[in-house]
Design a protein around this ligand. Sequence first.
Ligand code: GAF
Length: 395
Amino acid sequence: MSAAPDPSTIQGPPSVAELTARFEREFGTLPDGVWQAPGRVNLIGEHTDYNEGFVLPFAIDKTARVAVAVRQDSTVRLMSTYGDQGIFATDLTSLEPASAKGWTKYPLGVIWALQERGITIPGLDLLLDSNVPLGAGLSSSHAIECAVISALNELTGAGLEPEEMVLATQRAENGFVGAPTGIMDQSASLRGSKGHAVFLDCRDQSVELVPFDAESAGLVMLVIDTKVSHSHADGGYASRRASCELGAELLGAKALRDVQVGGLDRAKGLLDEVTFRRVRHVVTENDRVLQTVELLTSDGPGAIGELLDASHLSMRDDFEISCPELDLAVAISRASGAIGARMTGGGFGGAAIALTPATAEQQVRTAVERAFSEAGYRAPEIFTVAPAAGAMRVS
Ligand code: GAF
C-alpha cells in the first residue's frame, strides 16, 4: 500500500451522495449506511489521559466518513479516496496486527478489537474519506476508528455504550496499531458536542460538556498545522508514558492523577531530575485543566490565555515534546496578538492552537506565515476550528 498523500491535497469529505455513488461504482452495490466521526483539538490537558487525569478536548468540523456494506462471506474489502491505492482485501479470520499497512490498520484494528471482545463481525466492503489532516496532531486516525466502530456497533447490533467504544478503539490503537495512546481522542470524537468542550475524567470516563464559544467572545481558535509529521507509534510517546509510570510508582501513587501540586516538593527529593520534570508537567497540567474549566464557566474563553501559555511552556521545557516549528508558531502567535497559544496533541510535530481576537486573526496568520518562511520551514496550514458534534450516522 503506498504512503498517504500530503494532507493538503485531501479535499473532503465528499457529500454523502458522492460517497454513496462512488461506493456503488467501486463495489457494485449500495452501502448499508454512512457514518462519520470528527478529529479533535485538545484545548488543554496533554499527556494526562494515560495518567488517569483530566483533559478538555473538543471535536472539530473536520471529519472522517465511511460507507459500509455487510457481505455474506468473511472478506473485508477496504478502499479510501486518498490517492489511487485501489482496493485492499483481506480475510476476517486471519487479522494480524503486524500485517496491516497504511490507513487500513485503523479499520482492521477496530475489527480485531471487537472480535477480541467476542463480537462476531461480518465480511464488509468499506469506503473511507476524510478531511482531517493526516499526521497533524488532530487525531485523523481516531476519526477513522470512531467512524468504523460507530458503523460496526450498529451493523452488528453489538449495542456498545460510548465508554465501551472508547476502550475498544484504545485497544485497537494499543494492540493492533502499536501506539500506546490513552482515551482522550476517541472520547472527543465519539462524545463531542457542538459548542462544547468535553471535560473528561480519564479515571472513570465521566464527561461534563463545557460551553466553549470563542466567537461570542470576539475570538477565533486558530489551528496552525506545522506540517511536521509525527507518529505515536514512534518511541517518544512511549518513553514519556514510561517516565510517568515510573514516577507514579516511585511516589507510591496509583497514577500521577493522585499527585497534587502541593506534593511536588516531596517528589523533587525522590525522583531523578528528568522523571521529576515529566511528573511536574502532568501534575501541573491536570491542575491547569481544572482551572480552565472553572474560568470558562465563570468568565468565558477570554480568560484562559495564560493557562494555554503555561501549558505550552510545561510541554516545551518539562515534558520536552515540542519542536522548533511548534515553538515558533506559539511565540509568533502570541507576539502578534493571540491571547494564548500552545501545541496541541501528542507532540513531536503536528499543530499548535492560538486563541486570537477576531480583529487580530489576519495579523497572526501573516506573521506566522512570514516567520516560517524566514526560518526556512515548510509553509504551515492555518485554519479556524469550533467545537462540532461527535460521531453519528449520516445516511
Ligand atoms: C495523543 C494520544 F492519542 C492521546 O491519548 C493523548 O495521550 C495525547 O496524545 C496527548 O495528550 O493524541
